[in-house]
Write a protein that binds this ligand. Structure first.
Ligand code: ADP
Ligand code: MG
Length: 325
């Protein structure tokens, strides 16, 4: 007798988490002018997806439509056409709001509240009990590195831009959201402030949160994001991981001084000389080249991946698009 054939028909399908953000041909048009007879389209046919746990950076010059996209996703602004879902629900759905955190671009705070009052007020809106509030607020103050003494006494109107951004971040995280939307979280901050915000984002990422942030500062994005998308004049130009967009070429741009010209030429076929240094492209890993150079008594002054930086890529994409128009 043959063994029974196992049946897979009734095997349960593994659950697939829905995309956190999904947009399809999302478009927003505003009527402007005194007679409302002119139109601006800050968002045109935008389709993108953000998966759970991703840190996604939406890049674009000022006026590209980044804030508009965020506002549509958060249900603050209604799209003119197209579709968008957030955590599997249509945007604007109230049942997912408690799972979201939002730091607006120009957060407006009540001038005469102290920082702690603002946080307690927001915690109250989310229904946190007093002991929960105390615990959560003290965790958040640690996380954003705000001095509790300052925020108990000073009204918000006396806070510096950096302090406001930190309190805004704490406010956005008070409900321990699964998805955090940050609109230009680094703008106007000094290097210490930027470092702190970056650390907060990395800590959220480590906890598995999904982070969607807008920025026109590319260096921030390069170091934190899993995936980026480029928006220009309301249109998405491209999206992908940095490796997908910039390439994974293992070539290096190398500059230095000294060494043996004949040997250098073998390693760096397009060797050039400028301002007392040699420059060239090294194909493959640099270790053997470096030890050979040391053997020749030469030194390396600069060594970096030959692929374009995000900034070069970004400028190139924008100028290509504008010249194709
Ligand atoms: N409520 C509005 N009414 C009319 N135009 C708007 C409105 N909001 C934004 N815009 C316009 O849409 C464009 C994109 O704005 P925004 O989304 O704020 O860009 P970004 O955040 O990338 O700087 C800008 O030209 C802006 O003037
Ligand atoms: Mg903006």
């Amino acid at each position: 007798m043959s063994a029974p054939v196992p049946s897979f028909v009734d095997a349960p399908e593994p659950p697939i988490a829905p995309a956190v953000v999904q947009t399809y041909n999302l478009t927003k048009t505003y009527r402007t002018g005194f007679w409302l007879n002119q139109q601006v389209t800050p968002l045109s046919q935008c389709s993108l997806t953000v998966q759970p746990g991703e840190t996604f950076g939406l890049l674009g010059p000022n006026g590209a439509g980044k804030t508009t996209l965020l506002k549509v996703l958060l249900g603050i602004v209604r799209p003119t056409s197209g579709r968008a879902t957030l955590l599997g629900q249509p945007v604007g759905d109230r049942t997912v709001k408690h799972r979201l955190g939002y730091l607006p671009e120009n957060a407006y705070f009540y001038d005469y509240l102290t920082g702690i009052e603002l946080l307690q007020y927001t915690a109250g809106l989310f229904g946190l009990s007093m002991p929960e509030q105390r615990q959560r607020i003290s965790q958040l103050l640690d996380m954003v590195e705000l001095d509790p003494k300052a925020i108990y006494k000073k009204p918000l109107k006396k806070y510096s831009k950096g302090m406001l951004q930190r309190i805004g971040l704490a406010q956005a995280l008070i409900n321990d959201p699964e998805v955090v939307f940050l609109d230009e979280p680094m703008s106007g901050l000094d290097p210490t402030g930027r470092f702190r915000v970056r650390e907060v984002i990395l800590a959220l990422k480590e906890k598995g949160k999904t982070i969607f942030f807008n920025s026109h500062v590319l260096s921030d994005v390069e170091t934190i994001c899993d995936r980026v998308a480029l928006l220009d004049q309301g249109q998405l130009l491209c999206s992908g991981t940095l490796n997908e967009l910039l390439g994974t070429s293992a070539s290096y741009r190398v500059s230095g001084r000294g060494g043996n010209l004949e040997v250098l030429n073998k390693w760096l076929p397009d060797l050039q000389f400028q301002r007392g240094l040699w420059h060239g492209i090294l194909n493959g890993e640099p270790y053997d080249f470096l030890s050979s150079l040391r053997g020749m008594g030469g030194t390396v002054v600069d060594l970096k991946l030959a692929r374009p930086t995000l900034e070069e890529f970004f400028l190139d994409q924008i100028s290509q698009r504008r010249s194709a128009k």
